[in-house]
Design a protein around this ligand. Structure first.
Ligand code: ADP
Ligand code: MG
Length: 399
């Protein structure tokens, strides 16, 4: 990560107009916002700019309207929820560029906040049309990107605007980039990665990148079965991508060459049915899985051994649960390892960064999310970062 400007680099912004890209792609039900996490993430940046006297114009996408005005996807629907979190009145502007935005800027006083319409109503947004970026920039003095979750897309409001206006990272973006840099950019070694979840196929690039970056790779979840099967272990009816055996072996070879130790479960929790608390539940050695059984979690001793691996490490990056954690007792290994990671972080001996939809849910379920150094809710952008890809929205801020 090279350097980027933050809100600390802003001079006097009193009366200046800020275009601020935030994530307002909020979960909604029957017209109301069901989870305001993303608004709360954007609030520090928005309020700081407002307190400094800027006129704050918020830019965000909502859903996939594909370049058309779709009334059910208007950002006017989130104004109330945003006002509630910010504790301030927010104006709604049904455009993102042109005279209506200009007139609205004229009405706003220093410190006032407006939400512009869903950026994806305009085709130029996803095409990263430079003319659209220029048209938006005409009504503003500077650009702030506070939406790391959209930074893997090169769109007009995530990338294009940074080229035509002075560009700054918002507080959420800044925190995310610092945490990710501490985890994989310039981590304190030894570094461990936990990669779990359902399938190898969805995280091939993550695995391939990580084996060249980390000292220990802990593979769990359904994807561990693919690796076990590739090594000749009979995994019964477990979720397993048998056709990826060669790929799995290649990843293991690369790990070997890179000095990365791969940890697969040697003990597993199995059952004959995919259900909570099944009658057929048992714990066994990984070589004792019966033809009609499936592996649904790592066993307790294996989980403890993985905890011992973390105790030798200084940095942890985690994506994907170790088992089918939605069903008890197949949450046990994930919960146990999460608690170990949280305790080590609390003691100050581990920097722990985690991300992924189900991972965040699993860490919340384990009750340890607040003890991790950083939890990313960025989804696709977090995974692309774990794949070692450059994120266009971040690169544009660094330029
Ligand atoms: P994330 O959203 O954090 O990136 P994934 O979506 O890759 O994580 O994986 C989570 C899913 O993997 C969960 O639904 C979980 O039930 C499933 N899973 C984990 N282990 C197994 C297993 N052994 N068998 C089947 N499904 C599993
Ligand atoms: Mg998932």
């Amino acid at each position: 990560m090279s350097s980027f400007k933050t809100l600390d680099d802003l001079g006097d912004v009193n009366g200046k107009v800020a275009l601020v890209r935030v994530d307002l792609n909020l979960p909604m039900q029957d017209g109301s916002v069901t989870d305001d996490t993303r608004i709360r993430a954007a609030a520090p940046t928005v309020l700081e700019l407002s307190q400094k006297g800027a006129k704050v114009l918020l830019l965000a996408h909502f859903g996939r309207p594909k370049g058309e005005r779709v009334s059910t996807q208007s950002l006017s629907m989130v104004v109330g929820a945003v006002e509630k979190v910010l504790g301030k009145e927010v104006m709604f502007v049904p455009e993102i560029a042109g005279d209506i935005v200009k007139q609205s800027v004229g009405i706003l006083r220093p410190g006032d906040i407006a939400i512009l319409e869903n950026t994806r109503f305009w085709k130029g947004e996803e095409k990263n049309d430079p003319d659209l970026a220029k048209a938006m920039a005409e009504n503003a003095d500077f650009y702030v990107n506070d939406a790391f979750s959209a930074a893997h897309r090169a769109h007009a409001t995530t990338e294009g605007l940074a080229k035509v206006l002075p560009a700054y990272a918002g507080r959420s973006m800044e925190a995310e980039l610092k945490a990710l840099d501490a985890a994989l950019g310039k981590p304190v070694k030894p570094v461990a990665a936990v990669v779990g979840g359902a399938k190898v196929s969805s995280k091939l690039d993550v695995l391939t990148h990580l084996v060249t970056q980390v000292d220990h790779l802990i593979i769990g979840g359904g994807m561990a079965n693919t690796f076990l099967a590739a090594k000749g272990v009979n995994v019964g009816k477990s979720l397993c991508e048998h056709d990826l055996a060669d790929t799995a072996n290649k990843i293991l070879e690369t790990a070997d060459k890179s000095g990365c130790t791969v940890h697969l479960p040697y003990e597993v929790v199995v059952s004959k049915e995919f259900a909570a608390n099944p009658a057929s539940l048992r714990t066994c050695n990984v070589h004792e899985v019966a033809e009609d059984e499936m592996i649904l979690d790592a066993g307790p001793s294996a989980a403890e051994a993985l905890g011992d691996v973390l105790k030798t490490c200084k940095t942890l990056v985690w994506n994907g649960p170790l088992g089918a954690f939605e069903m008890q007792p197949f949450d046990a290994a994930t919960v146990a390892l999460a608690k170990t990671a949280a305790a080590l972080t609390h003691e100050g001996s581990l920097v722990s960064v985690a991300g992924g939809g189900d991972t965040v849910a699993a860490l919340n379920h384990a009750g340890v999310a607040q003890d991790f150094s950083y939890i990313s809710t960025a989804g696709g952008a977090f995974l692309e970062w774990m794949e070692g890809k450059e994120l266009p929205g971040v690169v544009a801020l660094e330029a």
